[in-house]
Design a protein around this ligand. Structure first.
Ligand code: AMP
Ligand code: MG
Length: 478
């Protein structure tokens, strides 16, 4: 089968990747194909649903037009330099020019060993595939920049983790899979030519209107835009109670898309110190640490670009530092705008920040459910008399020109009713993994596709977990 793919990354110098095909699996079967996404990507939907199509999505066949490869990168993991990582279990199939004008990578995650696998088996268990499919598609429906799920496949093979588990493969789509760690890889090797080529590649893919910039301006532009995109991304996460879980530099995309969904989760009750990831013992990637960690990761990125910014090291450092210093302000502005919208504030006023933090501190004191509280405020269902901090908000509403009705409908369009709650995701995983029942996965996915619309018969998906359903930790499953 032929797929309409290009091989731009494969045309980069040889140190960028290892060319190799996926390793076949025993008995693949399709769990889900994201048809609306396939359509945007210009992929042949009917053909992908045939046995031949499944072979491609499972890595058992290489499509004509595909030049499969594993990308090289490095990174800081939990603040420590790891050196070479690379795609140890992911294979880039190629790129598709989509109907939205953007070019997208298509990658198979869990597609077999690569020269970057180190000790790993190159595979993925089915559970993390189900989780990534649900959470990344929910994020897309919520309007958050993210990699997308094109397909999920059962492999028919067993992978060994703590216990034997069914295997899965996820077909993932990204504007580009280039990470901060990709730049670090070539910076560590002092490969200036590669850094230039990578900068050209990123600007060409992500900002095609700017390819004519001279090399210095191009590097400065990419740094500045990446800072803006990451500030916007993390403020968006924070406004939804999303915790990425493993914000290592190899898991931060230059595109500003959320990438590498591992032990990620949405908070139920509001707790700024919340950590889910089982491997995050110090709480480095706790909810409230995400903005400073993004800033830190961006400083790693900036260091890589120094030799491209200016031949004079001091001048380059000063330029990069000035851009990095803007991050907290860009982030705070973006965050305030998000929470102002969530709380239905229709203008910018001096007291906004303290009003917002007042409501959040009330939520923290009462362990309020993050999602349901904002949704409840949007529907006029929160008793505003119960706390002075809520009275401040109510007084603000009264002083505004906007009608209560207009305010509530605007708030409902920004405060979701449905998020992928951990216990629901867990139920979908358990059914798929333990009983081969994909029903809960498909039902949850359908509800999450319209997170802002109150849906008949979907009340159970808004419920916080019962005490015995609370998920305290999430696992990478790698
Ligand atoms: P992650 O924590 O998923 O971002 O992965 C960190 C690094 O470990 C990346 O280089 C992955 O490609 C690699 N890796 C994770 N799981 C596996 C696996 N099962 N086999 C080979 N490499 C893996
Ligand atoms: Mg990763």
């Amino acid at each position: 089968m032929r797929l309409p793919l290009t091989a731009k990354y494969a045309a980069l110098p040889e140190q960028f990747f290892a060319a190799l095909a996926p390793t076949p699996v025993k008995a693949p079967s399709l769990i889900a194909l994201n048809e609306p996404l396939a359509e945007v990507l210009g992929l042949p939907i009917n053909a992908l649903k045939t046995e031949d199509g499944l072979s491609i999505l499972a890595g058992n066949a290489v499509a004509e037009g595909s030049a499969p490869l594993a990308m090289a990168y490095s990174g800081h993991q939990f603040g420590h330099w790891s050196g070479q990582l690379g795609d140890g279990r992911a294979i880039l199939l190629g790129e598709a020019a989509a109907s939205d004008g953007q070019v997208y990578d298509i990658q198979l995650k869990g597609a077999g060993r690569t020269p970057f696998s180190r000790g790993g088996d190159g595979r993925s268990a089915l559970g993390p595939v189900i989780r990534e499919y649900l959470v990344s598609e929910a994020m897309a429906a919520l309007g958050v920049p993210t990699t997308r799920a094109l397909a999920a496949v059962r492999t028919g093979d067993i992978v060994l983790r703590e216990t034997p588990l069914p295997g899965g493969i996820m077909a993932r789509v990204a504007k580009a899979h280039v990470r901060v760690g990709t730049f670090q890889h070539f910076a560590a090797a002092k490969d200036l030519g590669a850094l230039k080529a990578l900068t050209d590649f990123c600007v060409g893919r992500l900002y095609p209107g700017e390819v004519g910039l001279d090399p210095r301006d191009k590097a400065a532009f990419l740094l500045e835009q990446t800072i803006v995109r990451q500030a916007g991304l993390v403020s968006h996460w924070m406004s939804l109670g999303f915790i990425h879980g493993v914000m290592n530099t190899d898991n931060m995309a230059i595109s500003g898309e959320t990438i590498d969904y591992g032990p990620c989760a949405f908070m139920d009750s509001y707790d700024p110190a919340k950590v889910f990831s089982s491997i995050d013992h110090q709480g480095r990637y706790a909810y409230q640490n995400q903005p400073p960690i993004a800033h830190w990761n961006l400083s790693c990125f900036a260091s890589c670009l120094l030799p491209l910014l200016d031949d004079d090291e001091d001048a380059a450092t000063a330029q990069a530092q000035a851009m990095l210093d803007a991050f907290p302000h860009i982030y705070e502005d973006a965050l305030r705008a998000r929470f102002s919208k969530k709380l239905g504030l229709d203008s910018k006023e001096a007291g906004d920040a303290s009003l917002i933090s007042g409501v959040l501190s009330w939520m923290e004191d009462t362990s309020a459910d993050f999602t349901n509280t904002f949704r409840g405020l949007s529907e006029g269902k929160v008793d505003m008399e119960q706390d002075a901090r809520l009275k401040v908000l109510e007084n603000r509403w009264t002083s505004q020109a906007t009608s209560a009705e207009a305010r509530q409908s605007a708030m409902q369009a920004t405060n979701p009713a449905y998020i992928p709650r951990n216990h629901q995701v867990e139920k979908a995983i358990r059914a798929a993994v333990d009983s081969g029942d994909d029903g809960p996965f498909h039902r949850l996915h359908a509800v999450l596709a319209k997170p802002f619309d109150t849906q008949r018969g979907a009340d159970a998906y808004t419920d916080p977990p019962k005490p015995d359903e609370i998920v305290y930790q999430t696992f990478c499953g790698t």
